[in-house]
Write a protein that binds this ligand. Structure first.
Ligand code: ADP
Ligand code: ZN
Length: 439
């Protein structure tokens, strides 16, 4: 007998009234703070230092009284310092990709894994997934949370799951075409590469059966979204998460594509001023801070993500009521300060895609004679390529002008030959800051 897997959707939680969500959060936070205080010495010490006890936390409004945790705390407490339960209750570890320094190791009980996979299942459903879908997961598997998270979510929805992991793009495409993948899960930079490879192999966007993509784990622009949607013939949905809070699925996009609903029954979100630590009102841009409301093994309270975004509570056409976060356009530590001006790689990407260039680029920052320099290598596609130097120089000049308008500072653009910039199969490395190598 074949078991009929239910389609996974939780309207009683996802469309609950504000009062109901607050009721859930208030009940959970009281228990969670007690759990952490009793089991995590590292955080208990921070609370004691601040003079806060679990009795002071009666609702999520009191979260402001709690101390922050930062990535430095996680490094200091590595590996077991923030564990909230006996190791014998843990069934898994995952680890950060180490994009910005030493890796962080997170622990999970079985209940933590179930909660995480449920969040990913909600994301797949929001992208139109049902048990009739073929869900092609080419986020990396292993320590990285992308593969295991979406894999688990896909199982919960009842999709036929293709645990491809990343790399071997030709094999990805062969399975995609032979098995009729309908949902693609990977980083946006890898999705762009798959689109490019499909075209090179002579496929048109309508030749594949894909209908949706669930892309995240790195910043990407609206321009990049449109470019991927066109090359693959799909609707592209954003998904966000970090190892420290469990992995992808902390928030996800719905059909409206105007920000990601945060799973508020599991994660309480705040926006703070990154300099003063002060909580900012909804609608203001700042650093995102998460409190996990029910995690057992790695229960972080007020964790500073360093991701910069905005929270909004506008009514959403999908019916979900959970608060939405805007696409984080880079972490506070992705931000480059060049000749005193703040520059995000995503601004450069937006200019490139708006002016018809490929999303294959690399940013090189250096310091020459005490002045910061900004060089942008941009790959041409074969149609743009010309062996006439004057034509290339003219194009470079034009692009430099566009960049100056967007960034407010000058840069040197180098148009390079098709295929000369390495493609990413996971998180793309966009910036080489040579100044950091010297310091
Ligand atoms: P690492 O910190 O080593 O990259 P993770 O794999 O846990 O480790 O990555 C989490 C980070 O990835 C987030 O803090 C955020 O900066 C980035 N990220 C994840 N999803 C998105 C997304 N949809 N848009 C932008 N950035 C994202
Ligand atoms: Zn929605």
């Amino acid at each position: 007998m074949v078991t009929n897997m239910p389609n996974f959707y939780q309207p009683e939680i996802e469309t609950a009234s504000r009062e109901k969500i607050l009721e859930i959060q208030n009940e959970k936070i009281v228990k969670q703070v007690r759990h952490v205080y009793e089991n995590v010495k590292y955080y208990r010490d921070l609370m004691d230092k601040k003079g806060v006890t679990p009795d002071d936390i009666k609702s999520v409004d009191d979260i402001k009284k709690l101390p922050f945790l930062s990535k430095d705390d996680l490094r200091e407490a590595y590996p077991y310092g923030l564990l909230g339960t006996d190791l014998k209750n843990c069934v898994r570890i995952q680890s950060t990709s180490g994009t910005t320094g030493r890796r962080v190791v997170a622990f999970y009980t079985q209940a933590d894994i179930d909660m995480w996979e449920e969040c990913c299942a909600r994301a797949i459903v929001a992208a139109g997934g049902t048990n009739e879908d073929v869900c092609h997961v080419c986020y990396g598997y292993g320590l990285f949370t992308g593969g295991p998270g979406l894999n688990g979510g896909s199982h919960k929805v009842g999709c036929l799951t293709l645990p491809m992991s990343s790399g071997n793009t030709e094999r990805q495409i062969q399975f995609m075409m032979d098995l009729g993948s309908t949902i693609l899960c990977c980083t946006p930079s890898y999705a762009a590469y798959i689109g490019e490879t499909l075209a090179e192999m002579g496929y048109k966007p309508e030749d594949n059966k894909l209908k949706a993509g669930i892309f995240g784990a790195e910043p990407w622009t609206e321009e990049m979204r449109r470019s991927i949607e066109k090359s693959l013939g799909i609707k592209a949905y954003d998904i966000y998460g970090l190892t420290e809070t469990s992995g992808p699925g902390v928030s996800f996009e719905c059909s409206e594509q105007t920000g990601m609903h945060i799973n508020e029954d599991h994660f309480y979100a705040e926006i703070i001023d990154p300099d003063t630590g002060e909580t900012l009102p909804e609608g203001e841009k700042g650093e995102l801070v998460f409190t996990s409301l029910d995690k057992e093994a790695f229960p972080l309270l007020r964790y500073r993500t360093r991701d910069i975004c905005v929270l909004t509570r506008n009514k959403c056409s999908c019916g979900r009521t959970h608060v939405k976060m805007s696409k984080p356009m880079g972490r506070s530590d992705d931000m480059m300060i060049i000749r005193g001006v703040n520059v995000f790689p995503s601004q450069i990407e937006a200019v490139l895609l708006k002016t018809g260039y490929t999303p294959n680029y690399q940013i090189i920052v250096d310091r020459v004679n005490n002045t910061d320099t900004l060089d942008i290598n941009v790959e041409l596609n074969p149609e743009q390529f010309s062996d006439k130097l004057s034509i290339i120089q003219e194009m470079e000049k034009k692009l430099e002008h566009e960049m100056r308008t967007m960034l407010g500072i000058g840069s040197k653009v180098h148009l390079v030959a098709p295929k000369s910039i390495v493609r990413s199969e996971g998180k793309a490395v966009r910036v080489i800051d040579k100044r950091k190598l010297i310091d």
